[in-house]
Design a protein around this ligand. Structure first.
Ligand code: KMT
Ligand code: NI
Length: 178
């Protein structure tokens, strides 16, 4: 895992877009993004148990697996959105980038590789892309039914109760730091 500010330069979303400004794991934690390195699936099982996750599946995002719809899917994953549930991804193979909005609404890019596990809180704006190798295999964990409806960013989403409670938790977290 490596986290850094996105450079906002033109060019393919799958390029690194590394501004050179690194971001620490403790900064990610301040706005609710949690990272764990899990060298074995039993480490994932522990996290799943702690957080009452019962189900999981696996997805491979690659032209080989997806065929003609690959490019379309990759563009879709890259639309800025939020979910009303937590999003947990565990990388089994390959690489990819999760971009998350920090409290100043700037993009932080999180590069993930095999054995990396990321937890995105409900209500955070984010997006995903493969890198220039066009291959990632990931485990998706969910509590009950998979509810991954992406709600694309729009002004009225600031009234969404899940968005509001995310903003409140983030503020409370920041308050405790001072
Ligand atoms: C997501 O949440 O955008 C995805 O599921 C993308 C594939 S998981 C690496
Ligand atoms: Ni998502």
């Amino acid at each position: 895992m490596k986290a850094y500010y996105y450079d906002d330069a033109e060019g393919d979303q799958r390029l690194d877009h590394d501004s050179g400004r690194e971001v620490s794991t403790s900064y990610l934690n301040q706005f609710g993004v949690l990272y764990h390195r899990c060298p074995s699936v039993s480490a994932v099982d522990n996290i799943a148990e702690q957080r009452s996750y019962k189900n999981r599946d696996e997805i491979t995002v690659s032209p080989d697996k997806m065929g003609a719809v690959y490019e379309e899917k990759v563009k879709m994953f890259f639309n800025e959105h939020l979910h009303e549930d937590e999003e947990i991804r565990y990388i089994l193979d390959g690489n990819g980038f999760f971009d998350v909005r920090d409290p100043n609404d700037e993009w932080v890019r999180i590069r993930l590789e095999k054995d990396d596990l990321i937890i995105l809180p409900a209500g955070i704006f984010h997006r995903f892309t493969t890198d220039s190798n066009n291959y990632i295999k990931a485990m998706r964990l969910f509590k009950d039914e998979p509810k991954w409806t992406p709600l694309n960013r729009a002004p009225d989403l600031e009234n969404n109760p899940h968005r509001k409670s995310y903003i409140q938790n983030r503020a409370a977290e920041a308050g405790m730091m001072t």
